[in-house]
Design a protein around this ligand. Structure first.
Ligand code: NAP
Ligand code: MG
Length: 396
């Protein structure tokens, strides 16, 4: 390696897996150059969360990070870790600093087939992570009256729309989004499509929402024409806009193998549909891509707290490390691409192939054994599974 990888360590069971993955699958094969940030909750608390900010700045500087799952504190964690403050979600902090979009795709393996049988290739979800109903103002309307939206411009502009003239009780919601955020979202999606050489779909409800959703559609169309069309045509990939309901119908009949960009709420709902249809959150890759082309790879699941408590009691765990391994392989491959290190890219490919081959040979963790179509799967514990991958890799 020539440029360091930003390494963000995390919490609980995934922190245990992190160390085993490094010791068994990375350090014996890669002359690893990494800048290490401990995002474990104790250290975030000790540093007043400065470590999270530092790790995001390092990611901006070097361009590629790999992140372990981390605890987002709640009331119970305040007590458990004796926290000075209920620190914000590290993912939220990093996402805000990198202004990125999260892309999630299932890791497909023979024996763990999606419920939708024509999905031959993964469908990658790109969810806009700002605004709409997640930053809305709501009211319960008590009785008859008129509800209006009013805009007071700093320059004196006044705009007013009637939402509804109520003749009885009801409800209202006011939501917003920002042109800059939608533009960043669009650029992240187009860049990622080019990067992974996949078609890009975007869907919203512009026929009903003629200003709100239509603005999303227009921004995507304009950025595509002005900045990306040529590259897409050279690569033989397409950008396709359609209505959200039409997209859902087409997805069910598709083979997969493309990126599906969605507004915040649609992305929330559809990503859960895709991941459940594909078996397990532990078989899902996740990468945050900033519009400027900075990448942060992680697993889609959390710290697997229940397994960690078993581990602390000295009980055996069978926690699936595939998503965390793919976070490492994704980050190493990207580092290899950026630094023109063919060996590093090949290693990342081999690590992924060995992981998939191990599962396809019938060796897997308990969560997969419960859903596999393979006969007589061999259930391994957390450490055995990682060692089995190492064995497969050495044979390869
Ligand atoms: P979780 O860690 O995703 O685990 C929920 C359940 O899903 C587990 O109890 C387990 O089911 C199953 N599961 C998830 N990952 C698995 C794996 N790799 N192998 C096997 N089974 C797996 O979610 P959580 O327990 O709700 O959250 C725990 C902590 O993670 C929280 O503090 C939360 O803040 C944090 N979190 C972090 C991130 C992130 O950093 N990206 C994302 C989400 C949550 P069984 O117990 O039935 O085996
Ligand atoms: Mg959700």
């Amino acid at each position: 390696m020539t440029t360091p990888l930003v390494e963000m360590d995390g919490d609980e069971m995934t922190r245990i897996l992190w160390k085993i993955i490094k010791d068994e699958l990375i350090l014996p094969y890669v002359d690893l150059k990494s800048e290490y940030y401990d995002l474990g909750l104790k250290n975030r608390n000790d540093t007043d969360d400065q470590v999270t900010v530092d790790s995001a700045n390092a990611t901006k500087k070097y361009g590629v990070a790999v992140k372990c799952a981390t605890i987002t504190p709640n009331a119970a964690r305040m007590e458990e870790y004796q926290l000075k403050q209920m620190w914000k979600s590290p993912n939220g902090t990093i996402r805000a600093m990198l202004d990125g979009t999260v892309f999630r795709a299932p890791i497909q393996v023979a024996g763990i087939e999606p419920c939708v049988k024509n999905w031959k290739k993964p469908i990658t979800i790109a969810r806009h992570a700002y605004g709409d109903i997640y930053k809305a103002s709501e009211m319960k309307i008590p009785g008859p009256g008129t509800c209006e939206i009013v805009f007071h411009g700093d320059d004196g502009t006044e705009m007013k729309e009637t939402v509804h003239v109520f003749d009885g009780p009801g409800i209202v919601m006011g939501m917003h989004n920002l042109k800059g955020s939608i533009e960043s979202f669009a650029r992240s999606c187009f860049s990622y499509a080019i990067d992974t050489k996949q078609d890009l779909w975007f869907a919203s409800k512009d026929t009903i929402s003629k200003k709100y959703d239509h603005t999303f559609k227009d921004i995507f169309a304009e950025i595509y024409e002005n900045e990306y069309r040529k590259r897409f045509e050279e690569l033989g990939i397409t950008y396709f806009y359609t209505l959200i309901d039409d997209a859902v119908a087409r997805i069910m009949k598709s083979e997969g193998g493309f990126i599906w960009a969605l507004k915040n709420y649609d992305g929330d709902v559809m990503s859960d549909m895709i991941s459940s249809a594909c078996g397990s959150l532990a078989m899902m890759t996740s990468v945050l891509v900033s519009p400027s082309g900075v990448y942060e790879y992680e697993a889609a699941h959390g710290t697997v707290q229940r397994h960690y408590y078993k581990h602390l009691k000295g009980e055996e765990t069978s926690t699936n490390s595939v998503a965390t391994i793919f976070a490492w392989s994704g980050a190493l491959r990207k580092r290899g691409e950026l630094d023109h290190l063919a060996d590093l890219c090949e290693f990342a490919d081999r690590l992924e192939k060995a992981t998939i081959a191990t599962i396809e040979s019938g060796k897997m963790t308990k969560d997969l054994a419960l859903i596999t179509s393979l006969d007589d799967p061999e259930v391994l514990n957390s450490e055995e599974f990682i060692k089995a991958i190492r064995h497969t890799m050495d044979e390869m």
